[in-house]
Every structure is written in C-alpha cells, then in structure tokens.
Design a protein around this ligand. Structure first.
Ligand SMILES: [Zn+2]
Length: 202
C-alpha cells in the first residue's frame, strides 16, 4: 500500500471538508476520497456536529425526470461538464465547484435548491454508467437530462413547457434556470479564468 505524503493527506482532508460542508453523505466521501472510514466519520462530526446519517442512497434515475428536478439536474450537469471539459477540472473539482455555482444560481434567482450534493453526485454516476443522456431542447437549445435511448429530436424541455399546475413563481424560476442552462451549453458564459481554480485542480 502506497503511503501518502502529508501534503497529499492534507489535501484529501480539505476536499472532504468541502464535500461535507456541501452536504455529502458517507457513500460519496468513501467513494471519492482515500481517507479511512474512521477519519471521514470524525471529520463529518467535526464539521456538522452530528454523526453521518446511515442507510443506503435511495435514488433512482427516475428522480431526475419530473420537470422541476429535471431543470435543476440539467443546470448542474451542464455546469459540471463545462468545468470538466472546458476548464479542465478534475471530476471532484468539477463536482464541488459545479455544485457551488448551482447553489449560487439558486440564491441569485430566489429559487430553492432542489438537487442536493448527493443527488448531484449520483447524477454524474448515472451518466458515467450510460443510463442517462443529454437531449437538446428544440425551443431553447439547452441540453437537458433524459433517459438513455429516449427520443433525441423535436423534444421540449421542462423549462420551456412547465406543467400547467406549476405556479407563477416556479415558472419564473424555471425561466431563469433555462436561460442559465442554455447559456452554459452555449459556451463562454462561465469564464474559466474567473473561476477559483487553484493548484489542486492539477
Ligand atoms: Zn427548452
């Protein structure tokens, strides 16, 4: 077993703290970091003041399909992809930075965050497992989360076509989200130079 240097270990601790602050569950921490379970539990208690919740992650890919969660998931995933592919972030960096940007977007638009960090992480896993795909909306051109093998042409996203039961506020929030996620896909809205990418991204 390779021994980690003190600096490497310190970096892992910082990454763990960042993830715990954003609400990561133990499963996320254990799968993303090389720290022992005992240390992760200790860190979790120090940061949040309580023991980590037990139990399995209950999420299925269907969770991302209803219109509101779909808009939020699409916004986050487009940001994640941008950070990973265009800004050359590592998977973990793209996850934490992408999730922070998502939360900032919600705050700016007075929208309650629907996607928690664990769901954001699970979403990336579903894409890696090729259970999900991005489908272009034929109205706003934003790319939204869909099941693999769903129709790819002439489809409209949930933000362009919210269900009639959705209230005015939620529709307004949806419009703001669609503008944001269409523009993330459109490129260059997030200036990589303006991002707080530190040496740890390397
Ligand atoms: Zn659309």
């Amino acid at each position: 077993m390779a021994k980690k240097s003190l600096t490497e270990e310190a970096q892992e601790v910082f990454r763990a703290v960042a993830l715990i602050e954003l609400g990561a569950r133990m499963q996320v921490l254990e799968s993303e970091l090389t720290l022992s379970r005992e240390r992760l539990i200790r860190l979790y208690r120090e940061v949040r003041g309580v023991s980590p919740p037990k139990g399995m992650l209950p999420f299925s890919a269907d969770w991302y399909m209803p219109w509101l969660s779909n808009i939020h998931a699409s916004l986050f995933f487009n940001t994640y992809l941008f950070l990973k592919n265009e800004a050359s972030c590592s998977h973990l960096d793209a996850l934490t930075k992408g999730y922070r940007l998502y939360l900032e977007h919600c705050t700016r638009n007075d929208a309650e965050p629907v996607l928690d960090l664990t769901r954001a992480w699970t979403l990336v896993r579903f894409f890696e497992a090729e259970m999900l795909q991005l489908t272009p909306c034929c109205r706003c051109t934003g790319k939204f989360v869909a099941h693999k093998h769903d129709l790819q042409h002439g489809v409209v996203c949930g933000a362009c076509q919210p269900p009639s039961r959705a209230g005015k506020t939620r529709k307004a929030a949806a419009r703001a989200a669609v503008q944001a996620f269409a523009s993330v896909t459109d490129e260059n809205v997030i200036d990589p130079a303006a991002l707080p990418i530190s040496a740890e991204a390397a």
